[in-house]
Design a protein around this ligand. Structure first.
Ligand code: MTE
Ligand code: MO
Length: 198
């Protein structure tokens, strides 16, 4: 890892672009617990359940037909590397929400991945700008180790919230810990407040 110039750059909202305790990397480390799950697009499904009026299951074509967006954002990993200017393309979270009738009690969500990984995110954060289910990174299809065929990208929280191999979302009326949150990672994970562990 190297430190690049620009570490003191400010974002349009006035926050320092590089959160405290982070350093920039030009590579892209691969980090996950366990092994890469085997996924087949023919049997791939995305499940929506929990506090919804109607549970839904999308196949690959149906899910990708929900919408399309491209957004460029920075990655901040809790292990202290950051990577700037990642262009992601895929289905906007808001497009999934438009296709879902939530019950009024829904305030949080648990993302579920092939392989069993989970992570918890407040609904308001999922609705923020730049949140999508990404199929490509910098114009290339995701590689298996980075989450092919689909991963969540949630740029304003630490990268463990950006579930790789995502296959479902469960809506909840309270915050529940996901996989890393059970092992002491922060429930929320704001990089600018250094919410790494709790
Ligand atoms: N399904 C799944 N998604 C996951 C993880 C995981 O273990 N399983 N690890 C998270 C963590 S801790 C990080 S830092 C990022 C790493 O993503 P990358 O390997 O593409 O850099 O994925 C996140 N998403
Ligand atoms: Mo991580």
């Amino acid at each position: 890892m190297i430190t690049l110039p620009g570490a003191r750059e400010l974002r349009p909202d006035g926050k320092v672009r590089l959160p405290p305790g982070q350093h920039l990397t030009t590579g892209w480390p691969v980090l996950h617990y366990g092994s890469i799950p085997r996924v087949d697009l023919a049997t791939w499904r995305f499940h929506v359940w929990g506090l919804v009026e109607e549970e839904k299951t999308f196949n690959w074509e149906q899910f990708n037909a929900l919408g399309d967006m491209t957004h460029t954002s920075d990655i901040h990993c809790v292990t202290a590397w950051s990577k700037y200017d990642n262009t992601w393309q895929g289905v906007p979270f808001k497009a999934l929400l438009d296709a879902t009738k939530l019950k009024p009690e829904a305030t949080h969500a648990m993302l579920h991945s092939y392989g069993g990984y989970t992570t918890n995110i407040p609904l308001a954060d999922l609705m923020a700008e730049g949140v999508l289910f990404a199929r490509t990174h910098n114009g290339e299809e995701l590689t298996k180790e980075h989450g092919w065929p689909l991963r969540l990208v949630l740029p304003h929280l630490y990268f463990w919230k950006s579930a790789k191999w995502v296959g479902g979302i469960q809506f909840l009326d309270r915050d529940r810990p996901g996989f890393w949150e059970t092992y002491g990672y922060h429930m929320y994970g704001d990089p600018w407040r250094e919410e790494r562990y709790s």
